[in-house]
Design a protein around this ligand. Structure first.
Ligand code: MG
Length: 394
C-alpha cells in the first residue's frame, strides 16, 4: 500500500530533509502535497521532481509568481492559511508532516488532527500554544500524533520499553548551545553571528536562536508535557554537548532507556513516517568507539532563564504558553533584524508574561487572541525601546 504524504513547510530545513528521507525509502510513500511560505524557487523544483497533486503557498504574491512560472503544469495551487488547512484535511492524504515555522502552523495541525490523519509534528509551536486542544482533538478523532522533534522522538521510542504508569521521569537532553559556559553577564555582548553558530545541529535561524537562549529546550518541556501527558515536575533537562543521546526515559525500577544517534533530523523524520516499522534510510549509523566518550552536566538556570520560566508557564497553563511562544517569536525576529540585544529576547518574553492576564479559554480563538495580544505587546515594546535608544538631536 502506498502512503500519501503532505509536507507542510517543504522548503525549510525539516521539509527538505523529509524529501531526502522519502527519496531513500523504498517505494510505499508518495508526495501528494507540498506547501511553502514564499520560497517558490525551491517549491517549483520540488513540484518538478515529485509531481504533487496540490501545493499551497502562504504568501499570495508568491503564489501568483509560482502560477506564472509553472504555466500549464498540472498542479493545483492554493494560497493563504486556508490553503494549508485544506491540504491538512484533504481526504486522500494519509500522513501530514507539519514543519511550518511558528504559530502559523497551528490551524493546519488542528485540521489534520480533526481529520484523523497521522500527524508527524516537527514544529513545536502548535503543541506549546495549543497542547491541550491539539492532544484532545487528536484523541477524539483517532489521529496518531508522532513527534519529529529529536528529543520527543527519542522519548517516544524509549517509552516503548515500559508502561505509562511505570515512568518515573523524562530527561530531555540539550547541547546547551554556543553559550553553555557563559555567565548571565557574558550574554550581554553576544552578536547575531555568534548566536547563529550552533555547535552540533544545523537548523533554521529561528530554532538556532532558540537553542542559544535555551528557549528551544524550554518550549520542549511544554511540548513533552502535552505529548506524553506527564506533569512538568516529571520532566527534566540534562546538558549533553555531543547531542548523541537524544533523550531518556527513567522508569520506576531505576532503568534509564535512551535513544542514540548522530545529530541528524533525518532519523526522527523517518521514524515518524515509518512507525511502527523501521526501515533502512539515509541516516549514518553511529559507532560509539569512534565517539569515545560522552559528557553531561546540569543546565545553568541563571544564564538560561527560559528553563525555570517554562515550568512556571506550564503550571500556569491556559493562555500562558501561547504568550510565552508568541512573545519569543517576535523577540527572536527583533534580535535577528538587529532591533534588540540577545539578552533582550528573554526580557521581552518576561515582560509579556508579566503584563498578560492569563485566561483559561483554550479554544482556538482564545489561543489565537492571546497569541495576537502577545505579538502586539512585544512589537510595541521593541519599538519603544528603539525610540528610547535613538540618538537625540541637540
Ligand atoms: Mg529538539
Amino acid at each position: 500500500m502506498t502512503l500519501k504524504i503532505a509536507i507542510l513547510g517543504s522548503t525549510g530545513s525539516i521539509g527538505t530533509n523529509a524529501l531526502r528521507v522519502i527519496d531513500a525509502l523504498d517505494s510505499g510513500y508518495e508526495v501528494t502535497a507540498l506547501t511553502a511560505h514564499r520560497n517558490v524557487d525551491l517549491l517549483a523544483q520540488q513540484i518538478e521532481k515529485y509531481a504533487p497533486k496540490v501545493v499551497a503557498v502562504a504568501d499570495p504574491d508568491a503564489a501568483r509568481n509560482l502560477q506564472a512560472r509553472l504555466g500549464d503544469h498540472r498542479v493545483e495551487i492554493l494560497t493563504g492559511s486556508e490553503g494549508l488547512t485544506a491540504i491538512a484535511e484533504e481526504g486522500e492524504i494519509d500522513i501530514v508532516l507539519t514543519a511550518v515555522v511558528g504559530a502559523a502552523g497551528l490551524p493546519s495541525a488542528l485540521a489534520a488532527a480533526r481529520a484523523g490523519k497521522r500527524l508527524a509534528i516537527a514544529n513545536k509551536e502548535p503543541l506549546v500554544t495549543a497542547g491541550e486542544l491539539l492532544t484532545r482533538t487528536a484523541k477524539a478523532h483517532g489521529c496518531t500524533l508522532l513527534p519529529v522533534d529529536s528529543e520527543h522522538s527519542a522519548v517516544f521510542q524509549a517509552l516503548l520499553a515500559g508502561n505509562p504508569d511505570e515512568v518515573e521521569r523524562i530527561i530531555l537532553t540539550g547541547s546547551g548551545g554556543p553559550f553553555r559556559k557563559c555567565t548571565p553577564q557574558d550574554l550581554d555582548h553576544v552578536t547575531r553571528e555568534e548566536a547563529l553558530a550552533h555547535p552540533t545541529w544545523t537548523m533554521g535561524p529561528k530554532i538556532t536562536i532558540d537553542s542559544a537562549t535555551m528557549m528551544n529546550k524550554a518550549l520542549e518541556i511544554i511540548e513533552a508535557h502535552w505529548l506524553f501527558d506527564l506533569p512538568v515536575a516529571q520532566i527534566e533537562v540534562l546538558i549533553h554537548p555531543e547531542s548523541i543521546i537524544h533523550s531518556l526515559v527513567e522508569f520506576v525500577d531505576g532503568s534509564l532507556v535512551a535513544q542514540l544517534g548522530h545529530p541528524d533530523m533525518c532519523l526522527p523524520i523517518q521514524y515518524a513516517l515509518t512507525y511502527p516499522r523501521r526501515l533502512k534510510g539515509v541516516s549514518k549509523h553511529l559507532r560509539l568507539e569512534e565517539l569515545g566518550q560522552m559528557t553531561f552536566e546540569s543546565p545553568n538556570l541563571e544564564t538560561f532563564r527560559a528553563l525555570p520560566l517554562a515550568y512556571e508557564v506550564a503550571r500556569a497553563g491556559g493562555t500562558a504558553p501561547a504568550v510565552f511562544n508568541a512573545a519569543n517569536e517576535v523577540a527572536v525576529h527583533a534580535f535577528l533584524t538587529g532591533k534588540i540585544k540577545f539578552t533582550g529576547i528573554l526580557e521581552l518574553v518576561e515582560h509579556c508574561l508579566d503584563k498578560h492576564d492569563i485566561k483559561t479559554d483554550v479554544s482556538l480563538e482564545g489561543l489565537l487572541d492571546a497569541d495576537a495580544w502577545a505579538r502586539d505587546q512585544a512589537q510595541r515594546r521593541v519599538e519603544r525601546t528603539r525610540a528610547d535608544r535613538a540618538p537625540v538631536k541637540g
